[in-house]
Design a protein around this ligand. Structure first.
Ligand SMILES: [Fe+2]
Length: 632
């Protein structure tokens, strides 16, 4: 969502009622000289760093991207290890997987069997090199006293340095990062919010439309040191907003998509979703439906997070905020299936705090009695009413809604029809809206008008960039807004500016508390180190002293038969498999116990097998070894 739609509307209304002047910022066209991101050669081949996401009590997704040499077109075996110490000596889990061009050489591993509420460190190895080590943390199970999350959204690369990310990394005082969307922007270089003071230019330079475009844009973002460092230190929980596809996206189109010149929307949408899935560490509610990001994550008895997709899954087209169509009872922002899943999950939640993590503001925003933003829940009133009715009918308490999208900061009571702004009675919960990391508000004044016209809105900041720290305990949930001191240069300073909280059972906002402070456990947690370990000896199950070495596959390309020449370090049972590049296992056979030393085994190829590249795997009790083969 770009702000000018909102404030274009406000401006029209304000020509009649407002006395405050509105000011707009103007984008300037960048002069492209060279890439503004330098590749850190020491990170080769893991230039994009590491990441983790969607932690639960006993598992977490770990992620990386390996960049093979430019002339490499086949698959890459990537090993991973997860340990309880930064030096990676106390290995808890390890393994390996194959990645290739079909998934843009990204790697996702759902590491299971972990302990709740625990820090872990992880790294990847491939092509003889190790990645940086990442730190992650599992969610608590059962009783939990306190939790802290950083809330971020809207990171326009060309608008400024990602100083908010650097600040969160430096503070070392949260459990996880919640990214509320607009992780990337789709515009061409200079197309949105360009800040000439930074010299930051997007890659690719064109508006992103194809799969290759979206992949390149994600790759460029992950090369930013501040984003890479943030991913390295904390698990993320992410949802997309509109700019991961195109501005003001809905189910069947977007404000910034013209089928006449940019092709069919389903193709663009599918490309954007694929790149998002490849480049971010999500755990899907249903792994067979990676276009559905709505899901929930439990943080013990204290907190349950519900992640919604108000953009691509079910949203009807924006149609203003008044009129018969807008008020139609069948109009939807979520889609019927997501609505049913969400309300069922909300009703059955046993957690103290129910945190609804989504994209667009749910509290009404009206000027002179007119809702001004068709892109928010104001444009979908019937479905919002049904959600409000679900909350009130079932007496669901401690609702906290998290929102991004609009590059400004808000704290709202969520008013039911009987809402009393003086006492807070009739508020169904509270809403915290995170500012943009860098994305500009196109309006810098006007907050007094908004506050006067909307008594349930308790805080507005229309001009600053930064993030929110949400501190949750059994007594209250508090949001602290932090703002960066500059976007123009690299500077990790961010200062707390406002704190609001909701007490357990109240359902409405209170103010007057001090900025929240992390407990000693968070503050003393050891960060993953910046350096890379020497990785000549591959760790874990790829330890060559315990596995096998494929010396050759003959012939290669393969016709109807092939022979594998391999070496066994010790006597073991051996299994040979062939995988398609997408990971499908084509065949598997056991060739029994093999003695130490050199071996040759001969196999026939099913004549029905489609020609192309495949991965041959030799698996022993202690490891796996792979080779790329071409079948004619
Ligand atoms: Fe945004």
């Amino acid at each position: 969502m770009r702000f000018k739609e909102v404030f274009g509307a406000i401006l029209i209304v304000c020509t009649f009622i407002c006395t405050t002047n509105f000011t707009y910022s103007q984008s300037k066209t960048p002069i492209r000289t060279a890439s503004s991101i330098q590749l850190n050669a020491s990170l080769k081949p893991f230039y994009h760093g590491v990441a983790s996401g969607d932690p639960i009590a006993d598992a977490v997704i770990i992620w990386t991207r390996v960049t093979p040499d430019s002339n490499f077109t086949g698959a890459v075996v990537v090993s991973w290890s997860l340990a309880s110490d930064t030096g990676m000596t106390q290995i808890v889990q390890n393994g390996s997987m194959i990645t290739d061009a079909s998934r843009d050489y990204t790697v996702h591993v759902d590491v299971t069997g972990l302990q709740p509420d625990s820090y872990y460190y992880y790294e990847f190895s491939a092509l003889g090199k190790c990645s940086v080590r990442g730190r992650t943390k599992t969610a608590p199970q059962g009783d939990a006293d306190s939790l802290r999350f950083a809330l971020i959204s809207c990171a326009s690369f060309e608008s400024g340095f990602f100083n908010a990310y650097a600040s969160i990394t430096e503070h070392n005082d949260i459990d996880a990062v919640i990214h509320l969307g607009d992780y990337i922007y789709e515009y061409e270089s200079g197309g949105y919010g360009f800040n000439p003071a930074t010299g930051r230019l997007s890659e690719p330079a064109n508006e992103i439309i194809s799969l290759a475009d979206y992949r390149t844009r994600f790759s460029h973002y992950h090369l930013d040191k501040d984003l890479r460092n943030l991913h390295q230190q904390y698990p993320f929980m992410v949802i997309w907003d509109d700019h991961e596809t195109a501005d003001n996206a809905w189910r069947n189109g977007a404000g910034n998509h013209d089928p006449a010149t940019e092709g069919p929307w389903p193709i663009r949408k599918s490309a954007a979703i694929q790149a998002y899935n490849e480049w971010l560490p999500l755990r899907y509610r249903d792994p067979l439906h990676k276009d559905e990001i709505f899901r929930k994550v439990q943080y013990g008895d204290l907190c349950e997070l519900f992640f919604l997709d108000t953009r691509l899954h079910g949203r009807d087209q924006q149609m203003g905020t008044t009129g018969t169509q807008v008020n139609s009872p069948s109009r939807t922002l979520l889609g019927a299936d997501q609505f049913e899943w969400f309300t069922d999950a909300l009703k059955s939640s046993q957690a103290q705090w129910k945190v609804i993590t989504q994209q667009v503001m749910i509290a009404p925003l009206k000027i002179a009695g007119i809702a001004v933003n068709e892109d928010q829940w104001d444009g979908y009133p019937a479905e919002r009413r049904k959600i409000f009715d679900t909350i009130s009918t079932h007496n669901i308490s401690n609702i906290v809604v998290l929102t991004g999208d609009i590059h400004t900061s808000w704290a709202n009571d969520i008013p039911d029809s009987n809402y009393n702004a003086s006492t807070g009675a009739g508020s169904l919960g509270v809403e915290f809206v995170a500012p943009g990391v860098t994305s500009p508000s196109e309006l810098t004044t006007g907050a007094p008008i908004i506050l006067a016209a909307n008594e349930h809105i308790k805080y507005v900041n229309l001009s600053e960039n930064g993030y929110v720290i949400m501190d949750v305990n059994k007594t209250r949930t508090q949001a602290d807004w932090y703002y960066v001191v500059t976007l123009d240069s690299s500077n990790s300073t961010a200062l707390p500016a406002q704190s609001l909280f909701v007490n357990d059972g109240d359902g409405f906002l209170s103010s007057g508390g001090a900025v929240s402070v992390a407990n000693a456990e968070l503050l003393s947690a050891i960060q993953a180190p910046a350096g890379i370990r020497s990785c000549i000896q591959v760790v874990g199950s790829e330890d060559l002293s315990n596995a096998s070495v494929i010396l050759g596959v003959y012939p290669n390309p393969i016709d109807d038969h092939f022979t594998v020449h391999y070496y066994m370090e010790q006597a073991q049972e051996v299994q040979v498999s062939l995988f398609a590049l997408d990971g499908r296992e084509i065949f598997r056979t056991s060739i029994g116990r093999q003695n130490p030393g050199l071996h040759r085994s001969r196999f026939s190829v099913d004549e029905d097998l489609t020609g192309g590249l495949y991965i041959l795997e030799i698996k022993t009790g202690t490891g796996k070894t792979h080779a790329k083969v071409l079948i004619q």
